[in-house]
Design a protein around this ligand. Structure first.
Ligand code: G4P
Length: 529
């Protein structure tokens, strides 16, 4: 099969949601359809329990298990579907944001009872930064939720994206009858069933067809006809190009736990979702169909077992064909590397692979060479762009507890932050080190791992910072500002100057008083500005 054909077959995407909306359940149902798992519950058991807030060893154990489900690949019809799992726990939000740089599209799950929630908004912001195409699945229609029109309005106004329903619910909660598929005028009758795999769809040539009344009752049939007419009047027909540009989100209604509305979602997804597209490097745009291989690391997973200190780097293939046992250039280190046991994630098991194509994710055993964002190529000196750092929300200073072990501590902090567990900032002079993270959990992870893996210990002292801001603008103005605010200026791992603002108010004042400087809350300025 030609490279072009391999690319066309692939759909690499992420499922995102506010915790509890149904992401894990939907993932599992998609895998059942894809034949990647045989029983319900297989994915669910790997999920980080939402109750676990501080029992981080338990969480790490579960994260360990979930390596296998970090990427789930399966065949569906003529397609190869790669689902990149994103952690639901909010303390791992940064992991999720980075994973989103490696997908070509997303499915966003929204709970029909709760509507748009905090994490829904944040995740959509990240999608909008790179115009990622989004399909929305409104879940839990078997519960009494918000009115579907209100939900659509809420999605548009809160997520700043146009929507177009492609299916429409008939009733809700205990009166939920099913969904009408607007794109091919057919009816999918609801039946609560957690294990079924296929759905019976009834087609209509004309919605006026009286058999509709027999199937769902006259009252619901009349209401549906009204709704279909109204939707046709209010919403423009679905425009695939607008979807591909990230401007329009098609919407489906269903109930993941009952496996309802999932098949049409998957069928439509493989039909309309984009295959791997060109990606920007620091020098040029690289087409997936270019014969030379290139890819980047978007995630690093450490093995917590002290007997197996290896790490796994997740590499997304962006162009050409990746081949086993072939030398590639690690462009940041200027080093040739080859991999004798690269593996894929097909059908949830690790298989050593001979080759991989654009859109695929390859697991590479790593002994500490990789950090997030690293690029591998067949020789060209480029770096893939757009693995952003987002401003952390909690900041702590690292104080060494044992001066005899400062080397171990330095190495541990360096490696853990390379993995993306948290962000490291240094302050000159004085070589003070601050760690920034999204949640408390990361600090626990760091302290535990420093002790167990690096034999180093430290105190982490809370610092009163609110946001980390990267700066662009007039160089003189930035220099002046940094001089004036020296106590709050630090360097990130790439040597960029970062301003640690003490509060939202202070940040607002800094913005007001320094019109020649733009303060960014993500390091990915080119994308965010
Ligand atoms: P998440 O990954 O987005 O955090 O959500 P997850 O799939 O774990 O789903 C959260 C809860 O919502 C689960 O219930 C799940 O069973 C339920 N759920 C998912 N889809 C539907 C649906 O279509 N209808 C209804 N009514 N519930 C749904 P739980 O009680 O937290 O877990 P469990 O005991 O059911 O496993």
């Amino acid at each position: 099969m030609s490279l072009q054909q391999e690319i066309k077959k692939r759909r690499t995407f992420g499922i995102i949601s506010h915790p509890d909306a149904g992401k894990t359940t939907l993932t599992e149902k998609l895998l059942l359809f894809g034949g990647a798992i045989q029983t319900a519950g297989a994915v669910k058991n790997n999920k980080i329990q939402k109750t676990a807030t501080s029992d981080f060893m338990e969480i790490e154990k579960q994260r360990g298990i979930s390596v296998a489900t970090s990427v789930m690949a399966f065949h569906y019809g003529d397609h190869i579907v790669n689902i990149l799992d994103t952690p639901g726990h909010k303390d791992f939000a940064e992991d999720t944001y980075r994973t989103l740089t490696a997908v070509d599209s997303v499915i966003l799950v929204v709970d029909c009872v709760k509507g748009v929630e905090e994490q829904t908004r944040k995740l959509m912001q990240v999608c909008r930064m790179r115009n990622t195409p989004v399909i929305i699945f409104i879940n839990k229609l078997d519960r009494d939720g918000k009115d579907p029109y209100d939900l659509l309005d809420e999605l548009e106004s809160e997520l700043h994206i146009s929507v177009r329903p492609l299916s429409w619910p008939i009733g809700m909660g205990k009166d939920f009858k099913g969904v009408y598929l607007l794109y091919n005028d057919s009816l999918n009758l609801f039946e609560a069933n957690k294990t079924k795999r296929s759905e019976e769809i009834i087609h209509f040539d004309n919605i006026e067809d009286k058999s509709l009344d027999t199937l769902i009752g006259e009252r619901y049939a009349d209401k549906l006809r009204e709704d279909v007419e109204l939707i046709g009047g209010v919403y423009e027909p679905f425009d695939r190009e607008m979807y591909r540009e990230g401007l329009l989100a098609p919407v489906f209604f269903g109930s993941a736990v009952n496996n309802f509305g999932v098949k049409e979602l998957l069928d439509t997804f493989v039909e309309i979702a984009p295959s791997p597209a060109p990606r920007a490097t620091n020098k040029r745009l690289i087409e997936p169909s270019e014969p030379k291989f290139s890819g980047f690391v978007f995630k690093i997973h450490a093995n917590l077992d002290p007997n197996h200190r290896d790490r796994i780097a997740f590499l997304r293939v962006c162009s050409g064909t990746f081949e086993r046992n072939t030398f590639y250039r690690h462009t940041r280190l200027g080093k040739q590397m080859r991999f004798s046991n690269p593996y894929n994630f097909l059908a949830q098991s690790k298989n050593v692979i001979e080759e991989a194509y654009p859109g695929d994710v390859v697991g590479l055993y790593d002994t500490g060479n990789f950090k997030i964002g690293d690029t591998l190529t067949e020789g060209e000196d480029v770096l893939y762009q757009g693995i952003p750092s987002f401003s952390p929300e909690i900041f702590k200073e690292v104080i060494n507890r044992d001066p005899m072990k400062s080397k171990q501590l330095e190495k541990g902090i360096e490696q853990l932050t390379d993995e993306g567990v948290a962000q490291l900032y240094r302050q000159e002079p004085g070589n003070r080190k601050f760690i920034g993270a999204v949640g408390e959990l990361q600090f626990e992870v760091i302290q535990y791992r420093l002790e167990h893996e690096y034999n180093a210990s430290c105190d982490l002292i809370a610092m009163p910072f609110h946001k980390a801001c990267w700066m662009t603008g007039k160089p003189d103005a930035i220099d002046q500002f940094c001089k004036f605010r020296a106590k709050e200026i630090v360097f990130d791992k790439d040597g960029n100057r970062v301003y640690l603002a003490q509060s939202a108010f202070v940040l607002q004042m800094a913005r007001q008083n320094n019109p020649d400087i733009t303060f960014h809350e993500t390091s990915d300025f080119k994308l965010s500005s």
